[in-house]
Design a protein around this ligand. Structure first.
Ligand SMILES: Nc1ncnc2c1ncn2[C@@H]1O[C@H](COP(=O)(O)OP(=O)(O)OP(=O)(O)O)[C@@H](O)[C@H]1O
Ligand SMILES: [Mg+2]
Length: 405
């Protein structure tokens, strides 16, 4: 199999998918913006060929360059695993005559209004919603939907430019904060818990699914810097508390006709038990959540994805053994990391349950917590028991401190 793969070097987990493809015997033709020498070793080692382009945002320019580069060679698939490249991948497929998701299908995954309209038609519960491209339309939608509400970019990611409005004053502030956003979704605010439903799908059939619990909800985590956000992949995905979300997720795959690869859904569970759909990405979750699946089930889901893409089935065996919590840390202060406190004590106490430490080091420049979910790094812990896992995650939130100056 010959696979055209967009952005093989970024973000940090993507090279693992390139490795997966190469492990199952595919040849990977990478297209990205970095010079080949700047690619992470794992990506470079597993690529068959690489084309550097000036920007993946310019779809037409990328298409011209890719076509010239391939020189008439027919490839089997085009894969893109990050939100901003899902439509570009579809455009390349159409232009190069390669099977897979079309542009029209891909847009349903990128445009939060098209997505909800498609699901509404099938009876999936979405928040009341409207598309708005002018201030007047936002106000009209707000009037109709009522407070509290959410305003967010129609094709946003990472909770950027997303506002909760409780009253007219907050609505004014949100209108101000989204002035540069060409189109927004105005939505009924859904109170409740927030979970993912992530699937590995082959020929439209779900082969594996993962549910992660966000503590707190992503929008809250993105609003308060002092919070150490947690994402917890749950061991018991069959518990009755989650059944409504699982059924909804399965239905969404069916309705949208998703065929092969990873999807990443988010859904809400209200205090009264009602489940409401959040969104779906035609790609895996980010922020190393695919690694969580590996830690939860002791398998290699990067290779699993490649099996699905190249062989049409997931042949690896896996078993859900652990709950896995990732705790993202944000340093106190600005500038460079000068000290890390509390790590030794946590290591001694939690021992083997800490499976991954990926913190910035002393001397490293702090990252912008608003621009990366990874913040200044993270710890991953796992345990068969959920309460124990949550307990460890909370302790990491409280007792591990990074200082910057
Ligand atoms: N209708 C809603 N009701 C309540 N909270 C919402 C609603 N819409 C969005 N949010 C909050 O804002 C966050 C970001 O919204 P959403 O997931 O739609 O956008 P995103 O930026 O694509 O997210 P991602 O980080 O998954 O890329 C959600 O995780 C949720 O916490
Ligand atoms: Mg989201």
């Amino acid at each position: 199999m010959d696979i055209l793969f967009l952005s093989p070097g970024f973000p940090s987990e993507i090279p693992e998918f390139v490795r997966g493809l190469s492990v199952v015997g595919a040849r990977v033709w990478g297209v990205g913006v970095e010079p080949v020498g700047a690619l992470p070793d794992t990506a470079r080692k597993h690529l068959h060929a690489y084309l550097q382009v000036p920007s993946l945002l310019d779809e037409m320019e990328t298409l011209v360059r890719v076509r010239r580069w391939l020189g008439g060679r027919q490839l089997d698939r085009v894969e893109a695993l990050t939100e901003y490249q899902v439509v570009l991948a579809a455009r390349l497929r159409e232009a190069l005559g390669i099977p897979g998701m079309s542009v029209a299908q891909a847009e349903v995954f990128r445009d939060k209004e098209k997505m909800k309209l498609a699901l509404d038609a099938a009876g999936v519960r979405t928040p009341r919603h409207a598309r708005a491209s002018t201030v007047a339309q936002v106000r009209e939608a707000a009037e109709r939907i009522g407070f509290p509400l959410i305003i967010k970019p129609i094709d946003g990611a990472g909770s950027a430019h997303t506002f909760r409005c409780n009253d007219a004053q907050e609505l004014d502030a949100a209108i101000d904060g989204t002035r540069h956003v060409p189109q927004v979704s105005v939505e009924e605010f859904i109170d409740g818990e927030e979970f993912t439903f992530d699937t590995l799908t082959a020929g439209g059939v779900i082969q594996y699914h993962n549910i992660a619990w966000y503590r707190p909800r992503p929008l809250v985590a993105r609003t308060q810097e002092w919070i150490s956000p947690q994402v917890i992949a749950l061991r018991d995905v069959d518990q009755p508390h989650l059944a409504g979300g699982v059924a909804m997720g399965r239905r969404v795959i069916e309705v949208l006709g998703f065929q092969d690869g990873f999807t990443h859904m988010e859904w809400y569970k209200k205090p009264d038990g009602e489940v409401v759909f959040g969104e779906i990405g035609g790609r895996p979750p980010g922020a190393r959540q695919v690694d969580q699946m590996n830690y939860a089930c002791d398998f290699d889901s990067f290779v699993g994805w490649a099996e699905v893409i190249c062989q049409g089935t997931l042949s690896q065996r896996w078993e859900r053994k652990y709950n896995v919590a990732t705790v993202f840390k944000r340093a106190h202060g600005q500038g460079k990391i000068v000290a890390i406190a509390g790590l030794q004590g946590l290591r001694q106490e939690f021992g083997q349950h800490i499976v991954w430490e990926n913190l910035l080091r002393v001397g490293d420049q702090r990252r912008n917590w608003l621009q990366t979910l990874l913040s200044d790094g993270f710890l991953v812990v796992r345990h068969p028991d959920l309460a124990t896992t949550v307990g460890m995650a909370d302790r990491i939130g409280r007792d591990l401190r990074l200082y910057a100056r």
